[in-house]
Design a protein around this ligand. Structure first.
Ligand SMILES: [Zn+2]
Length: 442
C-alpha cells in the first residue's frame, strides 16, 4: 500500500502539547503547531487555524521528526544474521556472502521493511547508504521503496557488496540516475548522494587503490553530489582521514562515518575541512570498533548526526535508544554526568543530524516555513506517565512504542500508534518470503 500524497497532505493543528521546537524558540508547554500543504505554518500558543483538523496533544510531547544519517536499509532483510550464515561468519562476510544473492525485489522488500520500521520509530528522515547496488534495477528498487514510504531521504548510490577492489564502481549508472533524478526524487523529498568506498572503509576485505577511489570521488563531485565514506572503523583501518587529507579530498560535502579510532589530529583535520560526521553507537559497540567519541567530535566543532547504520548489528532502528546510549557513552568517557545533556543528544538526532545532510533549512526543528516533519510522543504509557522533564524523558525513557503520530512532509504516516501507509503484516510477510528466496540461493 502506498501513501497517496493527494489524499494525505493535511491541514491540521496540533493543540496543547509540550512542543520541543529545537530552534531558538525553545520549548513551548501547552503549544500548538499548525501544518498545511506540507509546511509548518506557525508554532506558538493559541494559534488561529481556521478550517484545520485538530489533534489534541494535551499531555503529549511534540518533537521534530528524528533524523537518521547513515543506514544500509537493504540489509534489514538480514536482521539477526550478523553472526553469520553457512560458511559466512560475521557481519561483513555475511553481507557479501548472502548479499550477492539479492534480486532487485529483495532490495525492495528489505528497504521497505526498514522504511516501515523507521516510521514506526518516529524517524522522518533517513540516509539510505545503498551498498548493494548490483545494477540499475537494484538502485531503482531501493528508490521505489523510499518514494512510496513518504519519508524524507538521501539515497547514496553505492557499489555492490563484494565489489572487486580493482574495479571502479558503476559510474555510468550513477551518471544515468543523476541525469534522470527528477523522476526518482518524489517531488524533492529524496536527494541523491554517493556511497563511496574510499580506501576500503571499515570492511577488512576492501583495499581500493588510490587511482580508483580518487576517480570515484571526482566523478561524484563532478555531478555535484554529496559523498559519504566509512572512515576509521576498526583500529587497523585508522589513518584513513589523514590519507584523504593528504589527497586533498576532505570537504564539507564528504560525510565521515565512524570516527571512533581517528586520532586527535585526524579529528582536527576533519573539523578544519568542515566534514560532517555520523555516529552509529550500537553498531560501533557491537562490531568492536570501540566506544563512540561523540564528546570529542563535538568539542572539535564537527557537525555530528546519529545513525542506525544496519539493523544486522543494531538490532532495531530505535533512535531513542541511540540517543540514550550516545549520551551515556559520552558521559562515561568524560567521567562527567553532564558531558552530553539529554538536549544535546536530542539535538544530534534532530537539527544537527539534518545539518549533516544539508537539510537543516528543510527539517530538524519545528520552525515556521520548514517542511512538516514531526512526531507526537504519547505520555500515556507507564514509562512516560509522569512527565517531569520531557526532553530528558524522550532521551532516557521513551521507545518507538510511545510514538503516537508521525508526520513527514505534511503527510500523516502513523496515527494513534498505527502505520497509515503500510499493511505491516504484508510488509513483513513479503520480507520473509524474500529472505527465504535469498537464503535458498546462497
Ligand atoms: Zn555503515
Amino acid at each position: 500500500m502506498t501513501p497517496d500524497p493527494a489524499v494525505s497532505v493535511v491541514n491540521l493543528v496540533i493543540r496543547g502539547g509540550y512542543v520541543v521546537t529545537m530552534d531558538s524558540a525553545g520549548d513551548i508547554p501547552g503549544g500548538d503547531v499548525h501544518v498545511s500543504d506540507g509546511v509548518i505554518r506557525a508554532v506558538g500558543k493559541n494559534l488561529d487555524a481556521p478550517g484545520a483538523e485538530v489533534i489534541d496533544a494535551a499531555g503529549q510531547i511534540v518533537v521534530p521528526g528524528l533524523v537518521d544519517t547513515h543506514w544500509h536499509m537493504w540489509n534489514t532483510l538480514l536482521r539477526g544474521l550478523s553472526d553469520g550464515h553457512g560458511d559466512h561468519q560475521g557481519y561483513f562476510a555475511t553481507c557479501v556472502g548472502v548479499g550477492r544473492h539479492f534480486l532487485p525485489s529483495d532490495t525492495y522488500a528489505g528497504t521497505r521493511l526498514a522504511c516501515a520500521e523507521a516510521i514506526d520509530a518516529g524517524i522522518t528522515t533517513v540516509h539510505d547508504w545503498a551498498h548493494n547496488i548490483r545494477g540499475l534495477d537494484w538502485a531503482e528498487a531501493g528508490l521505489r521503496s523510499l518514494a512510496e514510504s513518504g519519508l524524507r531521504a538521501r539515497f547514496s548510490y553505492g557499489y555492490e557488496t563484494g565489489h572487486p577492489n580493482d574495479r571502479l564502481m558503476a559510474l555510468d549508472d550513477l551518471a544515468q540516475v543523476a541525469a534522470r533524478w527528477p523522476a526518482y526524487s518524489a517531488g524533492d523529498r529524496i536527494h541523491l548522494g554517493v556511497a563511496w568506498r574510499g580506501t576500503g572503509g571499515s570492511n577488512p576485505a576492501m583495499r581500493v587503490a588510490p587511482k580508483l577511489y580518487r576517480e570515484e570521488i571526482d566523478a561524484a563531485r563532478g555531478l555535484g553530489l554529496p559523498v559519504s565514506v566509512h572512515a576509521c572503523g576498526p583500529r587497523a583501518a585508522a589513518g584513513q582521514v589523514e590519507t584523504y587529507a593528504a589527497d586533498g579530498l576532505l570537504g564539507p560535502d564528504l560525510q565521515l562515518v565512524h570516527l571512533n579510532n581517528a586520532s586527535a589530529h585526524e579529528v582536527s583535520l576533519a573539523a578544519e575541512a568542515g566534514c560532517p560526521v555520523s555516529v552509529s553507537p550500537f553498531t560501533e559497540l557491537q562490531i568492536g570498533y570501540g566506544l563512540p567519541v561523540t564528546g570529542q567530535l563535538l568539542a572539535a566543532g564537527l557537525r555530528t548526526g546519529l545513525s542506525v547504520d544496519t539493523t544486522m548489528l543494531s538490532g532495531n532502528a530505535d533512535m531513542f535508544a541511540i540517543m540514550k546510549v550516545t549520551q551515556a557513552c559520552a558521559n562515561a568517557l568524560a567521567y562527567h554526568e553532564f558531558e552530553l545533556t539529554a538536549r544535546d543528544a536530542l539535538r544530534l538526532a534532530t537539527i544537527d543530524g539534518a545539518r549533516t545532510l544539508g537539510l537543516d533549512a528543510v527539517t530538524g526543528s519545528l520552525t515556521a516555513g520548514k517542511r512538516a516533519d514531526l512526531i507526537i510522543v504519547s505520555a500515556g504509557a507507564p514509562n512516560l506517565g509522569v512527565l517531569t522533564d520531557p526532553v530528558r524523558l524522550l532521551v532516557t525513557a521513551a521507545h518507538p512504542g510511545n510514538v503516537d503520530t508521525v508526520i513527514a512532509d505534511g503527510r500523516v504516516l502513523k496515527r494513534n500508534g498505527v502505520l497509515t501507509g503500510y499493511d505491516v503484516d504484508e510488509v513483513t510477510r513479503s520480507a520473509r518470503e524474500a529472505l527465504s528466496g535469498v537464503l535458498a540461493r546462497v
